[in-house]
Design a protein around this ligand. Structure first.
Ligand SMILES: [Ca+2]
Ligand SMILES: [Ca+2]
Ligand SMILES: [Ca+2]
Ligand SMILES: [Ca+2]
Length: 286
């Protein structure tokens, strides 16, 4: 048994630790640049999707550069295998979309990355593209990928009709059957009550190594790479191991050696409860 055991993050306990706003079988998880993302294949309004993201210790994805854009789009199509025709949004040109974390709900034309919907976030764009009032511009050179960007001149956002205040990634060109306003992967502002799948970007820890030390020294739990075990050299009341979706896999109350050799190659949480503390760690086995 050869396990390379890597600690990537520390999460302090929130209550409830894992929410039930989505069924775990409808989540596709991937990582990019050390950050964990979840693609949720349950259709919700933008507001409900943002609330769900916050409950799951994250926010609707904030796409900051081309690499992140490509990682998210590829994960939607290839990883999560979402059909580019899974739904049809009339106010978005009759094609399918997936929610991302931008909106101009507070002030028309002022676009914020506010994927947890607390009305604070980075203002990355103002105004409308060529299909609207054609006065749009990025803020401080922030990344954007509105429909038409590939042509050099964004057509979106256009606040078409009324109340297009939330951003989504298009899964096809639009209007349907064309690429007049945008191509697959580009963003459109659409009405926030549309029911769409969504992408969560998880809150991440500051530093990998610091937390690695923290787990080993403060909590005195050591991986035995040869045996595929966790050695617990401390007093505790309860150890619980969860999978990435919050499903409880095992609990321990007295074991000093915990067999993890059967765990599949994936991400797990371990929650340790002592007489005066509860801590949750995220671990990757690979
Ligand atoms: Ca991001
Ligand atoms: Ca926010
Ligand atoms: Ca708008
Ligand atoms: Ca639009």
């Amino acid at each position: 048994m050869r396990l390379i055991f890597t600690l990537i993050a520390v999460y302090f306990i929130y209550t409830p630790l894992f929410s039930q706003c989505v069924d775990s079988t409808n989540i596709y998880t991937f990582t990019h640049n050390g950050t964990i993302y979840e693609i949720v294949k349950e259709a919700k309004t933008w507001v409900d999707a943002a609330a769900c993201a916050a409950e799951r210790n994250g926010y609707l994805v904030e796409i900051n550069d081309l690499n992140e854009q490509n990682a998210v789009y590829n994960a939607i199509i290839i990883g999560a295998e979402i059909s580019p025709s899974y739904t049809s949004i009339a106010n978005g040109g009759g094609i399918a979309y997936v929610w991302i974390g931008a909106n101009d709900q507070q002030t028309e034309g002022t676009w914020l990355w506010d994927g947890n919907n607390d009305n604070t976030g980075i203002n990355f764009w103002v105004g409308e593209g060529d299909n609207g009032s054609n006065n749009g511009s990025t803020i401080d050179g922030a990344y954007y990928n509105w429909g038409g960007t590939s042509t050099g001149s964004p057509n979106e956002p256009d606040n078409y009709g009324t109340g297009q205040d939330c951003a989504a990634i298009a899964l096809a060109g639009w209007p349907s059957g064309t690429t007049m306003l945008g191509i697959p992967g580009e963003w459109n502002d659409i009405v926030g009550t549309s029911q769409l799948y969504f992408v969560i970007e998880k809150n991440s820890s500051n530093s990998f190594n610091d937390h690695d030390n923290d787990l080993n020294e403060d909590l005195k739990i050591y991986p035995n790479l040869i045996e595929g075990t966790l050695i617990v050299d401390m007093n505790y009341e309860l150890i619980e191991i969860y999978d990435i979706n919050g499903k409880l896999l095992n609990t321990y109350t007295t074991s000093k050696v915990i067999d993890i050799s059967e765990l599949l190659k994936t991400i797990y949480f371990i929650r340790i409860t002592g007489d005066s503390f509860v801590k949750t760690k995220k671990i990757i086995l690979n």
